[in-house]
Design a protein around this ligand. Structure first.
Ligand SMILES: *Cc1c(COP(=O)(O)O)cnc(C)c1O
Length: 419
């Protein structure tokens, strides 16, 4: 089968050999997936989902039962009092923006405790330059703390900041590494941190950017004390099926604050129609834990293969994974581009297209992206992106089925002439 894709036997044998060797590690993800599949199934049952919830709505969408029921499924799955799931939110960044503006008020301070946030958030917050309409433009202040030397959340430094500045209203955690080279944060780390913060400062809102993290572990940040999690539906929880949208899940009072910014204050989730079926959103969350399993296995294999070939991989194949991303470091820009192109070549859509670096809105450096996806830019699907800056690091993630990711790994090994 692999030779049909131009992969020599030497390469496919090598990757298969590595796959066999890491078998025990791959099985870890089966156990996590089983737990989360049952959790989501339980959520469907608890929300009493029926076919009538899949229907479309029009106009104001006042009696849109699909929208409400979808929120209930998410609320049960993430163990929260309330969740809003909306196809009308354009992206993860849009959702995080709505949440930040919903929760924070002028002169409040947002304290990000995971170093520099995801590139697109810099414009939202107004880091560096004061983007019109940013938090900074509304006199909402920003502070940042790096992770400590162990790559963990720095509770001591955070408590220090909180004790000298009563204007800090939000502690912000980005669970996934984004485009930074650092550990993604495990639920265990997040739990230990939040316990210490909430013990002394119970009123501070802990918000977690949960993008790429959903269903990678048994629990979500909201199960261990986070007030609110936010994520994109074209990543994990959409299961590769949801066509657009985002979710907010958390305690009632925090979600209500966000609701005031979602549409109009005082109206919130009561309006907003979707003149298309909600079926893909229900389908998506149902399949999500299983899709995440395949994605985790795929990046685990990629990590093991490229480590064996002497590349700088992060995290290692046997590390505990807190998100679906994998970084692979290359020596040159050319190698980096070859890798990203190999991913594109192995995709179901646009496999014949060659990606080039481009000036992507919201990103500081040129970015090259492989996204041969069914859903435009959907990164729960096999994708790789890399800002063209030193050290030349590719971020790969996703894949709707493990075997596809395996083929992509073989293609990259061959194209890089790494064997
Ligand atoms: C993808 C992502 C975002 C932003 O989501 P978009 O949908 O691309 O706007 C924010 N934070 C993290 C960690 C992400 O992975």
């Amino acid at each position: 089968m692999f030779t049909a894709f131009g992969i020599p036997k030497k390469v496919s044998d090598f990757v298969t050999e590595v796959e066999n060797e890491i078998g025990a590690q791959l099985e870890v993800y089966d156990e996590i997936a089983q737990h989360n599949i049952y959790k989501v199934l339980g959520a469907f049952k608890a929300a009493q989902i029926s076919e009538r919830h899949f229907g479309a709505s029009t106009g104001y969408g006042y009696s849109d039962i699909g929208k409400k029921a979808l929120g209930e499924v998410y609320a049960h799955a993430f163990g929260v009092q309330r969740a809003i799931v909306s196809p009308l939110v354009a992206s993860g960044t849009h959702a995080l923006t709505i949440a930040l503006f919903g929760i924070l008020r002028p002169l409040d301070v947002m304290l990000c405790v995971t170093g520099k946030p995801y590139d697109t958030l810099c414009g939202v917050i107004g880091i560096g330059e004061n983007t019109p309409g940013s938090l900074a433009d509304f006199a909402i202040k920003y502070q940042e703390l790096p992770l400590n030397e162990e790559g963990d959340l720095d509770a001591k430094a955070t408590l220090g900041e909180l004790s000298v500045n009563s204007q800090i209203k939000m502690v912000y955690i980005q669970r996934s590494r984004g485009y930074e080279r650092r550990n993604s944060l495990t639920i265990e780390q997040i739990e230990r941190f939040i316990k210490q913060i909430k013990y002394l400062f119970p009123k501070v809102t802990v918000m977690v950017d949960n993008c790429y993290g959903e269903f990678c572990e048994h629990l979500e940040p909201t199960d261990v004390g986070a007030d609110i999690i936010v994520g994109s539906l074209i990543k994990n929880p959409g299961g590769g099926i949801a066509p657009t949208g985002a979710y907010f899940a958390g305690n009632k009072s925090t979600v209500e604050l966000i609701e005031g910014r979602l549409t109009a204050p005082g109206i919130g989730e009561e309006i907003g129609s979707y003149n298309s079926s909600y079926l893909p959103f229900f389908h998506g969350i149902y399949f999500s834990p299983n899709i995440v399993r395949g994605a985790l296995k795929g990046v685990c294999l990629a990590s093991a293969v490229f480590e064996r070939l002497g590349y700088d991989v992060f995290p290692g194949y046997d590390a505990k994974r807190a998100d679906i991303t994998q970084t692979i470091g290359f020596k040159t820009k050319e190698e980096l581009i070859t890798f990203v192109r190999a991913i594109q070549k192995s995709s179901p859509v646009d496999a014949h297209v060659v990606p080039y670096p481009w000036e992507m809105p919201g990103y500081a450096d040129k970015v090259i992206m492989a996204a041969g996806t069914f859903i435009g830019g959907g990164s729960i699907e096999l994708s790789a992106d890399a800002p063209i800056r030193k050290p030349y690091t590719a971020f790969m993630q996703g894949g709707l089925c493990y075997e596809n990711i395996k083929l992509a790994v073989m293609t990259a090994v061959y194209d890089l002439q790494a064997l």
